[in-house]
Write a protein that binds this ligand. Structure first.
Ligand code: SF4
Length: 205
């Protein structure tokens, strides 16, 4: 028997909606959630790849604690568990600059506007990796814009994203997101109700 879980992709700021089908512990399929107010069914290959990542026999399945030269597995509620982020965000492939440029290009693809991108890059420049992170993001966006790189074809989604970004610039991200959550709440509640009313619709065999 399979079950579909609706989640938000944690991999980048686009926060796309995911519909994850599982059979027991196994992830059977990951699709875009068509009802997600942000992404409307769009997901990128990174989200699809989470299925393989989850099934990878070599992936870490528990937090690892480094003690001197050796690593040991630790349980989630280990009282002395310590996390040390050695790799800055966005530096997974080819280093920080490449990762940040890729992020900027991705933002251009999704439809992020120039003002929001500039504000976002300025903000990021004040966080590690200082300056270079923000510069890389701005350059990635600008390079894509100058090249006339294709954008996500859903104009409605791009207009929606710009409205949200304008609200972030005018009222702050926290407030804009809270307002959006209020709108989304009705959709989430309706989903939860219909899920209870018609469980077989969300649980397929
Ligand atoms: S663009 Fe890709 S990685 Fe980013 S939130 Fe959407 S699916 Fe996840």
């Amino acid at each position: 028997m399979t079950t579909t879980h609706y989640r938000t992709c944690p991999l980048c700021e686009a926060t796309c909606g995911l519909a994850i089908t599982t059979r027991g512990r196994e992830v059977v399929e990951i699709r875009g959630d068509k009802d997600d107010v942000f992404s409307r069914g769009y997901i990128c290959p990174k989200a699809y790849a989470m299925k393989d990542l989850d099934a990878d026999p070599d992936r870490l399945r528990t937090p690892m604690v480094r003690e001197g030269d050796r690593w040991r597995a630790a349980s989630w509620d280990e009282p002395e568990l310590r996390f040390l982020h050695l790799r800055p965000m966005g530096s997974s492939e080819g280093g920080i600059w490449r990762g940040r440029v890729r992020h900027g290009s991705g933002q251009h693809f999704m439809g992020t506007g120039p003002l929001y991108m500039a504000a976002s890059a300025l903000f990021r420049a004040t966080r590690p990796p200082y300056v270079v992170g923000g510069l890389g993001m701005a350059w990635g966006w600008l390079k894509s814009a100058l090249r006339g790189a294709p954008r996500y074809e859903d104009r409605e989604f791009r207009a929606f994203l710009r409205r949200y970004q304008r609200a972030c610039l005018l009222r702050g991200k926290r407030r804009a997101t809270a307002e959006l959550d209020t709108v989304q709440e009705a959709i989430w509640r309706e989903r939860a109700h219909s899920s209870h009313r018609s469980a077989p619709a969300r649980t397929r065999t």
